[in-house]
Design a protein around this ligand. Structure first.
Ligand code: HPA
Length: 270
């Protein structure tokens, strides 16, 4: 299981927190190109951070934590996240957000790849998350011991802050990209959904589906952080095109657009 005390002690020892990071960004599958935008980076690999769980070897998930100036904002960038489908203990999914909070970040920007469910959500579309449906069957706050510093029963209404979502949609408008908005359903994975499951999700009110983000949003709210979520729609959910390789390629192909929109968002966070 993740060991937060060991991780934060080591990160502080190695200079993390020195830039007083304000915003943490967790990069989803295919979003890795953003890491290169960090100015004057201090970087470490997850496997070198004591207390960080061993990253699973899913192809394309290179796992590094970087601190530095991201488009003028002191930031922490997590390239690679822990997924429940990799078999991590639910509490371990909290470690990145705990670290970001402890190093001073008040805002968390979550990115991911998602399958489009709503008819207009096509591959390549960007979606600002307005709310989520947790169908993962786990919650990182559940457990015999309480997550240190976290509210035990955090309210999740308004978890994805309207002000940040509006900034995201504005960031799209400024850069000529339409940022749509909608509800993200999180499932455990790692198998993609059947067409019948996609129909169920649609009837439940989900606009897009993915296998991440929700545990981190829950932890961030429990710690009192502001949360913003942005999905890149990589496929139509339940279609024949679903594959991890396809997800990574979609991220790679869309990298310049993702950089543009996030850069404009960060300009609004200064
Ligand atoms: N389903 C679940 N997770 C995903 C998908 C999907 O269709 N696409 C990208 N991540």
């Amino acid at each position: 299981m993740a060991d937060f005390d060991a991780a934060i002690a080591d990160l502080r020892d190695t200079g993390f927190g020195g830039d007083h990071p304000r915003v943490a960004l967790i990069l989803g599958s295919g979003w890795g190109a953003i890491e290169r935008e960090v100015h004057d980076p201090l970087t470490t690999r997850y496997e070198n951070i004591p207390g960080f769980p061993e990253p699973a070897g899913t192809a394309g998930h290179e796992c590094r934590l970087t601190e530095g100036l991201l488009w003028g904002v002191p930031a922490l960038v997590f390239r690679g996240r822990y997924h429940a489908y990799e078999g991590h203990h639910p509490r371990s999914l909290a470690i990145q957000v705990q670290v970001a909070h402890a190093l001073g970040c008040g805002t968390l920007v979550l990115t991911n790849a998602a399958g489009g469910i709503r008819d207009d959500l096509q591959p390549g579309d960007l979606l600002a998350i307005t709310d989520h449906i947790n169908l993962m069957g786990i919650n990182p706050l559940a457990g015999f011991t309480r997550l240190p510093g976290a509210k035990p029963f955090p309210a999740m209404g308004g978890a994805y802050e309207t002000d940040l979502r509006d900034k995201l949609i504005d960031a799209g408008a400024q850069t000529g990209e339409q940022v749509k908005h909608g509800i993200y359903a999180a499932v455990l994975g790692p198998s993609f959904e059947t067409p019948a499951e996609v129909e169920m999700l649609r009837r439940l009110g989900a606009d897009a589906v993915g296998m991440s983000t929700v545990p981190e949003a829950i932890v961030a709210r429990a710690l009192g952080m502001r949360v913003c979520g942005l999905s890149l729609v990589t496929n139509r959910a339940g279609g024949g095109q679903d594959s991890h390789e396809h997800t990574l390629k979609a991220g790679h192909d869309n990298a310049p657009r993702l950089v543009k929109v996030l850069q404009a968002l960060f300009a609004g966070l200064v």
